[in-house]
Each structure stands twice: as C-alpha cells, then as structure tokens.
Design a binder for this molecule. Sequence first.
Ligand code: HEM
Length: 420
Amino acid sequence: MPSESVAQLKRHLPGLNEEPFIPPHVPPELIREPTFDRPNQLSDPFSVTEGALETLPPVFYWPKQRPGHSDGTWVVTHYADIRDVYQKDELYSTHGTANYQVLVGETWPMIPIAIDPPDHAKYRMLLNPWFSPKAVTAMEADIRATINGLIDGFLPNGECDVAYDFGRIYPVRVFLNLMGFPVEKMDEFLKWEYSILHSNHNVEKIRFGVSGALGYLREFIPQVRAKPNDKLASGIVHGQVEGRPLTEDEIIGTMFFLWIGGLDTVAATTALMFRRLALEPELQQRLRDNPDLIPEAIEEFMRVQPLVNSSRLVKKDHEIHGVKIKKGDRVMAFNITGNFDPAEFDNPRELRFDRPSNRHFTLAGGPHRCLGSHLARRELRIALGEFLRRTPPFRLKPGADRTVVPGLMAVPHLPVVWKT
Ligand code: HEM
C-alpha cells in the first residue's frame, strides 16, 4: 500500500495508533502541547494563556487526539489569523462539525453549522428571523419571568447553587419555549444534554443522549406537522429553503443542532461570570452601582471567557506564516489567545466594562458567527441584571470548590451565599 494511503488510513482510524498520528509535512519544531485545558482555581481562569502569544509560534501543531480523529490540529493564536480562519470559507470548511449523530449511525449534517457557503446562507435565511433583535425583544417578557421565577424559589434561602439551580436551568426553559417543546420534557432534555456534552468522551453515554433526543424529535415532528403553531420548531417543519420544504434529515439536523448550540454555552457563561463576581466583590459592586453597564459587562465577560475554540477542515493546500497547511488537515482558531491579542485589545488582560470596541471571537466570526448571539446576550443581561437587583452582595459559599474545567463544562456547581 502506498505510504500516503497508510497515512490517510491512520489519521481516520484512531485505534491503529497508540501515539497521535503526526502527518509527515509537520515540521517537528512546530509541535507544541499546551496545557491550558487543565482544570484550575484561578480567579480569572483564562489567565493561564497570559504570555502565550509571545511563547507560542503564531501557528503550531497540537498532536491532541479527539474522538474520531487520531491526528492533531494546527492552531492559530493571533487575532488576525483567527479572523482569516473564520472568514476564508474558500480555504476552510465546517464539514463534520459537532458530528454526534454518527455515533448512532446517522449521516445527515448538523445545520447550519456543518454546511459550507453558499448553501449555508439558505438555512440562515430560514432561521435568522427567529433570532433577530426584534424577535428576541418579543421573547424578553418570558425570559424575565423565567429568570425571576427561579430567583423567587431560592431567594429566601440566602444561598443557591448559581451554576446548577440557575445557569443550567433558565437557558433550557427559554429554549423549550422558543421551540414550542413541552415544558414537562425539561428533565429529560437536561439528562440527554448532560450525557452528550459532559460524558468526557464516553461514547456509550453520548449515544444514550443522542438517541434519546433524536427519538423525541422524531415523535414530536409529526405532531407539529399535523398542528402548526407560531413556535420555531413549527417554523422549521413547515419552512422552506429555495422554495421547497425541508427534508426529514434537514429538519432533524437543524433542530438537533439548535438544541446542542444554545444550552450549555449560556449555562457555562453564566456560571463563569457569577464565579468571577463572587470572587471579586468590587466588580459586583460596580455593576450594582451602575446597572447601565450590564450590557457592556456581558460583552466583556464573554471576551475574557472564550468557551470554545472552533475548528475547521482545510479545503486546499496553502501557507500560514510560511507554514505548509495541507488539504485534509484541521486548523483550530485559538480564541483563548486571540481574545487577548494586544494588536486588537488595549490592556487585554484587564476586565473593562467600557471597551470602545469589543469584537471578540467568543461567538466566532465569519459566516458561522453564532446565530443565537442576540438571544444569548439578552438572556445573560436579564439573568445578571435581575440577580443583582434582587439579591444582596453574594460570595462563594465557604468550602465551595472553585475549580474551573476549561471548555463547556466550566463550573458545574457554584454555591454562593448572601445571608449574613
Ligand atoms: C454565550 C452563549 C453562546 C456562545 C458562547 C456561543 C458560541 C458559538 C460559537 C463559537 C459558534 C460557532 C462555532 C464554530 O464556528 O465552529 C456558534 C454557532 C452557533 N450558535 Fe451559538 N453560542 C451561544 C449561544 C447560542 C444560542 C442561545 C443559540 C440558539 C438557541 C445558539 C445557536 C447557534 C447556532 C445555530 C450556531 C451555528 C451558526 C451557523 O453555523 O451559521 N448559540 N455559537
């Protein structure tokens, strides 16, 4: 067998390799193994990347194995290169992103994330109206009621687990309402979601979550097909792209990805934000004294808490800073360094609620820039605003574990207290 075929085979069959497979075109001096993804207890958990822009090459190879890929990935660390990765869709594809469905033998793509331009635009056109600032404003009263209902429940206790009993719950309620899924399904949705995103790559658990959610969607779709309503799931089932109805696979792929995309991201952002406020009371006081700063504070919290480093599949051989990148390689946009690049942000490690321009990558960029960005911002603003309005200053409960696990897991539990 020619060596190229062996190489191709190895990179897609993790079981063949004990060591991560490193393609032959990777210069050994560009191989790095950063440890930023280890749990830490720092007040600013993302400060672990301080100095990384100076010590790491602007593009390096990380031989990190992930489920389904035995080889590693190129990583770009600087703001301008990350922007190129997001924007240059002639070079980079999202094909295969969030491919959880393959674990249960299904082959449709996640929509819109795994569809490249120009086809991608037709799905965004269908979905955009549901996520516009105007649509989000129409949801605001419901979001506020959901959030206040949760605060009513724990306010008299003088304490709550703000990650588990608040941040984990409200995005799911908002999402069920947006889609028109029955609220009684809340616990099951939470259970499936947790199995998919928090199983530490345990394939059996991920399969359980994926099959549960898909099974439910397949029961739900005929119901809404028979009885349309004004909710998003019905908009997808009865929607059209290019003048035709969506296929069954397109409907499932769209609903499933919306569900994956919109829950943990908001939950993890909430937990990290409250953790920082509990550990740094002067930040909390500044927002209590100036609630008008909350929208900018949310943007700044998102900048300093980049949860996801997006990856792309390379479509054509090309070079980045003279380094040869080949078709079939992967490139990761290292938002955890790009959001702190001094070429874009003054004093990047400082948490400032008055940044004149804050074009961070926490919601990605280019054609796949987060569809739910307006909704996410509104949810976070209301959650923070109502919590600060209704509780006295809070702090971490004595003895609470302050460990942050980077990535979406973030802080699963965060007990805070405000009683004296
Ligand atoms: C703070 C909360 C959120 C964060 C940090 C976040 C982050 C992201 C990121 C990084 C991407 C791009 C991924 C990539 O390029 O590989 C993305 C895309 C997406 N997000 Fe969000 N997201 C959040 C909230 C939401 C919400 C609430 C929803 C919907 C309910 C949502 C739906 C989507 C969708 C559908 C896409 C795919 C867009 C496309 O491919 O055109 N997200 N998000």
